[in-house]
Design a protein around this ligand. Structure first.
Ligand SMILES: Cc1cc2nc3c(=O)[nH]c(=O)nc-3n(C[C@H](O)[C@H](O)[C@H](O)COP(=O)(O)O)c2cc1C
Length: 161
């Protein structure tokens, strides 16, 4: 498949996960366009979860991708504004597969991960993408490399269904 894998990451965890997903997909024979999402200024959220103004500077060019993956950290129980804005803005999602992945501090996906996957999926569904089950990994009390390995296995299994 022709895959577009986009990641937003502030401190590198989601980026690491995304890079390893890309490598695993390439090993399976897929072609991967890897994009670490950049903004014109640093993005943060206030206590209400509202971000400062920003523009994404490297959205993927329109291309005939079969599968879109987007990775985001969980911020305040939500995907980051950058990840959400990316899904809102990207072109070519209609009828294409969409798989979100998130990383979070808390160890349980019920503490933000699940909600974040659902929100990214909702945005993509509004653009008529075909939603695939996403993956959430938590860091606290866990070994990140093991969680990443498990996450990748799950993604590969979902893609084979
Ligand atoms: C502003 C902010 C808000 C966060 N909110 C949550 C949260 O609600 N739940 C959670 O489990 N982790 C939360 N975290 C932790 C991050 O989700 C976690 O460290 C993530 O793996 C960071 O990804 P990154 O290294 O790719 O930026 C938050 C981190 C930041 C900076």
């Amino acid at each position: 498949m022709n895959v577009c894998l986009m990641v937003h990451s502030k401190t590198g965890t989601t980026l690491k996960f995304g890079k390893q997903i890309a490598a695993a997909l390439e090993k399976e024979g897929h072609t991967v366009a890897f994009i670490e999402l950049m903004t014109d200024q640093p993005v943060s959220i206030n206590v209400q979860g509202k971000p400062n103004t920003f523009h994404i500077t490297n959205l993927p060019p329109e291309n005939d991708f079969d599968l879109f993956l987007i990775g985001s950290p969980v911020w305040g129980g939500q995907p980051t504004p950058v990840a959400l804005e990316t899904v809102a803005q990207i072109k070519g999602l209609e009828g294409k597969k969409f798989l979100p992945f998130v990383t979070q501090g808390f160890p349980f996906s019920s503490l933000g991960g699940k909600q974040s996957l659902a929100k990214l999926s909702k945005y993509a569904k509004e653009k008529n993408a075909v939603i695939l089950e996403g993956v959430s990994i938590g860091r606290m009390f866990k070994n990140l490399d093991t969680e990443i390995e498990k996450g990748i296995r799950k993604i590969l299994a979902v893609l084979k269904q």
